[in-house]
Design a protein around this ligand. Sequence first.
Ligand code: BG6
Length: 464
Amino acid sequence: MSKMTKIQFPENFLWGAASAAYQIEGAWNLEGKGESIWDEFVKTPGNTFKDTTGEIAVDHYHRFKEDIQLMAEQGLKAYRFSISWSRVFPDGAGKVNDQGLAFYDELIRELLHYHIEPIVTLYHWDLPLALQKKYGGWLSKEIVTDFTNYAELLFKRYNKQVRYWVTINEQNVFIPAGYSLAEHPPGEKNDKHMYLANHHVNLANASMIQLFKKLDIEGKIGPSFAYTPIYYGNPNPENVLEQHKKQLLNNNFWLDVYVYGRYPVYAKKMLESQGLFPDISTEDYQLLQSAKPDFIGVNYYRSSTIIKAEDPQQSVTTVRVKNEFLERTDWDWDIDSTGLSISLLEMYTQYNLPIFITENGLGAYDVLTESFKIHDSYRINYLASHMLAINEAIDLGVEVLGYTAWSFTDLLSWLNGYQKRYGFVYVDRDEYSGSLNRFKKDSYYWYKKIMETNGQSLYEKQEK
Ligand code: BG6
């Protein structure tokens, strides 16, 4: 960002932090909760880093008051969390678990008490296992009805208390990971299933949004998407064409459906030629087109640089390469704050909807000192540069509603255990055990000031 750009986050900008049920709650089988597909997946040795599970996670289920106290003290204006479907409906449908609902009632009440805006994600990957067993989860269209009923219960119960709803978290991550890469449950490598399951997620997303509007729920609703800008490592036009095709198969493949209710022409044609495109009825398209989100949630961590692959046998005709202009995280992710400005500009120009940055953060190995401090200047640098990038996009005319950094406390990284820390608050536990005590990191205090000054304290960072 040029030094002259004014810091200009809108008044009422929702500064906050985020989490997801499976990654923080623990209490995986307590007080009537049913199992989710993740509860089962982690039981198979080798599926996760050192076989870590979310059985206890960071015990937010029992410590949420302490965590919200820390949020209030930090001055959080918004907190994004997900509701565990199988805590509410242990079998995914049918009988409601009142104790599970009581937990979310209290959580929301506590947040509102401290004037923290609750942002609820309806689905952050933890599908009720019962539905996976009953009809194959996302592979069956039956799930659309069950999901909509689950959403209806929550919309009605929390209407007027919750004003921001995220329908689905990162469909573009959990669908490929679950059905093509076998890294997430249900652990399949079947591209035909992948596109079918993906279509059902699209229908569920649209059905929820349609219902939200029909019930006239106060507030805004939209999906959260992992947006990754794609750069080409070689400007030969042939490479550029591959990059465009990749872009259409990545970001646009999902966003076009959310916003316009249609699949991008090239992607559809290509998948049809490979026999991978699902059968889609006229009613399906009508549903997709009837449900436009109010905003697009963006989860942004990194960019990706690609070149055309040499191997003509490969179905994927590009490979990722190192971007010489960028540094990388401990987990080899390209650190690219400018990529966030690019993403925001691209998305806003193409889809013309307000954007909520629902995740952004740095996973790192933090160290707890003997005096219980965590000096995470690397995280402060990462977050500051990304906030400046958001400011730059705002300066270019992009409408950004808020920013919920990933994450509030340290939590379980699905495949990387507890060692990959993202929080403003350190949680004392490793892959096996720990006191679960909370400690404020340097970034906790730094972000407090950012929020107090609505971003003006970023100047201090710039001038250093
Ligand atoms: C997003 C997810 O993909 O990235 C989060 O919505 C996740 O749930 C976050 O934890 C960071 O990913 P990872 O793999 O570093 O934990």
